[in-house]
Design a protein around this ligand. Sequence first.
Ligand code: ACK
Length: 989
Amino acid sequence: MDCNPRSLLCILPLLLSCAVPVISVIYPPNEVNLLDSKASQGELGWISYPSHGWEEISGVDEHYTPIRTFQVCNVMEYSQNNWLRTNWIPRQSAQKIYVELKFTLRDCNSIPLVLGTCKETFNLLYLETDDDQGSRFQEHQFSKIDTIAADESFTQTDLGDRILKLNTEVREVGHMTKKGFYLAFQDVGACVALVSVRVYFKKCPYTVRNLASFPDTVPMDSQSLVEVKGSCVNHSKEEEPPRMYCSTEGEWLVPIGKCLCNPGYEERSSTCQMCRAGFYKSTLGNAECSKCPPHSFSHHEGSLHCGCEKNYFRAEGDPASMACTRPPSAPRNVISSINETSVILEWSWPEDAGGRRDVTFTVLCKRCRSSNGGSQRCEPCRSNVRFLPRATGLHNTTVTVGDLLAHTNYTFEIEAQNGVSSLAPKMRQYAAVTITTNQAAPSPVTVIRKEKTSRNSVSLSWQEPERPNGIILDYEIKYYEKEEQETSYTILRARGCNVTLSGLKPNTAYLLQIRARTAAGYGATSPSFQFETSPDSAFSISSESSQVVLIAISSAVAIILLTVLLYVLIGRFCCHSKSKHPDEKRLHFGNGHLRLPGIRTYVDPHTYEDPSQAVHEFAKELDASCIAIDKVVGAGEFGEVCSGRLKLPSKKEICVAIKTLKGGYTDKQRRDFLAEASIMGQFDHPNIIRLEGVVTRSKPVMIVTEYMENGSLDSFLRKHDAQFTGIQLVGMLRGIASGMKYLSDMGYVHRDLAARNILVNSNLVCKVSDFGLSRVLEDDPEAAYTTRGGKIPIRWTAPEAIAYRKFTSASDAWSYGIVLWEVMSYGERPYWEMSNQDVIKAVDEGYRLPPPMDCPATLYQLMLDCWQKERNNRPKFEQIVSILDKLIRNPGSLKITANTTSRPANLLLDRSSSEVPSMGTMGDWMDGMRTLPCKEAFSGVSYSSCDTLAKTSTEDLKKVGVSIVGPQKKIVSSLKALDSHTKNGPVPV
Ligand code: ACK
């Protein structure tokens, strides 16, 4: 239809024939249509009254959607009253309805020839009914809603054309109560086209806010809001009751409260969705699902937490977000420092803490004993063992364990634990350390008894301390008058557990305390013990008391005399040690013996007030310009050891070894370093390393000694395994023994005699080296901490020196026995790889090193003699030199080798169970015989050859008076051995 504005009927804006795609109209979601004329493609069937008034025609809307429209344009006629009534519209839940009209309306001016009846409005009316009244129509039943006028009828184009304009008008119809209603359009003479009629009401549409769903809600027609309760969406829970208000305009307002997704669910598009595999959510909340932490997994959807991988665990309090963890590895580098009967254990943090920070340490104490079969039997330590700060739950990597038993083996198991250790008992690891406690001072005397009391004396006895921790050497008894309160007291010593105190005042109260002393020192003092002397009943002194007085007087005189004598001796001793001239230092308590004038003795440089004075007394100061250093040959604790040359004025250049003191030393280090020179400088013997001099006035500080081409004996022997003849070895040993004899004659105890401290020159001459004081041992890599923080080279040291630091020439003799073994085994490590603790134990239990391969029996016997437990039974160095001299003179005797069948499987020979026959030289053997009952019988008998002796039978021995079974057997077996060796002939030298 051509829409010419001049054409009367052109009131529709668009043409029906225009073929364009249909665009469906989307209404706002809060509007619910009750009627939409556009939605109907067919006839709407509305009633027109009169029938020539409103007419239904098809057309297109502004979107070219086919629509049904109504139009009326009876502008040429008078008295128009044309009604158009809709079908009955059910109200549904609406209280207020909206009517949206879209229409075009021609203004009367645009219509040519119009006769003055033309109108530009129409009326909108409604009728409420509870049911459809069909075609029944009565005008007066309708109520007017409004008169509808066009806002604009035409729009002026740029070209001056006027285009019909579509008007939209919306009217509300107030509180509806009936089930439905009709709308009516009354035309009173306008030219109008009703393009669309939409009737709707507003609602708050279904929505989900804060995971709560709110249903479609029809608002009230008044101004008040409708409060609506929400319900939590699936898999969610109310955190706070969700509510919202629905406004009259169909809008949701003020959401309050919310719901949260259940564990295992997360919020996705306003719903709670299951966590995907590999994710978890353990809590109620709107957080997203989290990825499984390390070492955990979730194979299923909706996991609340992730399971731990194999060998990984989660402790009870561990959050689900924490990685699964495992027990820590064992602590590392356990170090024990024994101090008497306590031990400080230190260790390093485990390599793997299992992924946790809550690592603590637990120390388990076990007391271990070796059973007869050699296996260890351990039992938990006594409950009174003290742990400082405690045994369990340690946060630091150290603990002090006290109140252990002395000389006892303990094993400590140190376990690192964390929060999951209890969940994996099989995975728990610990580090163990075995220690043997040292000596300890005795525990206090607790029981003291009064045996007898008189006026002037009292006899007391007491019980030995519960834990003597060694042999009690004596007791110190301290007593004083109670009234004097310790301002003056008397101290006595007693060897046994009783004492009589005399010279006491009658009728007086005394307090007394006792403490026991062992090699480890004094124990704690006993509690004070009070006693009273009897009252003085007579004025005269009884004969008994006069006797006591006499004894007391004579004792006092004797004590005074002794004190004076001692004072004189000690006074002289002190004067000498502090005097300047070495020759004057003649009186000394070297090696525990009073040394007599006329024998040169060693002077401890520490007895000098200024030890550096000692250096200059015993060592020559060299000018550094006389020394040329060639190369470094080794390293000592204080610095490098170099080889070089020394050229003194008017002397031949000689090769020297130069020990240097590295820079940055302390005063003490300098003193200790030079102490060696002070000691060495006092010696002058072919088997003691010779001191050439020292450099102290320039830097570096140096000690210059003769050069020993073959270096240390141990490495030298290892380099030349099995390359020497027996005689050569014995020659070396003789040299060492001779050097040691010299040292012991000087009163010097070496304390660290070992092959590594013997130097060998190009002529295979062995010289004792490495002197010093305590630092010799500190220096020695073999030295291990044992007693009171001191270091001792366990494998070389006599048991008494290990146990209570009794270092004497006799303990040096023990060490010599070990050197002997080292030499004969060409530098083998004594006791191989046994631990120090095991060595101490084994030696203590009587085991001794077995003879080295091919070791002459005589030498092995010498070793065993050096290793006598009783130190006084060990040979003196003088005797050792003499034995070796005799061997050298009679090399054939070296042919007899000691029994080696037990080597190496049964490495140690049980000396306690097997008597090793003495295989010394004939001379030694005869020397040995002197201690036997038959010594007189042998004297005067001349044994010119071994044959003669070998043929001696038990019977023969009986004839000469040897009737004791032991010695007879010993002699015969010795003879047999000698016989076999003489038959084999002498060893070629
Ligand atoms: O076994 P060696 O070569 O001999 O290595 C050590 C090193 O220095 C550290 O002590 C060597 N050494 C020590 N004193 C002397 C010396 N007087 N002559 C030659 N080498 C020596 C020792």
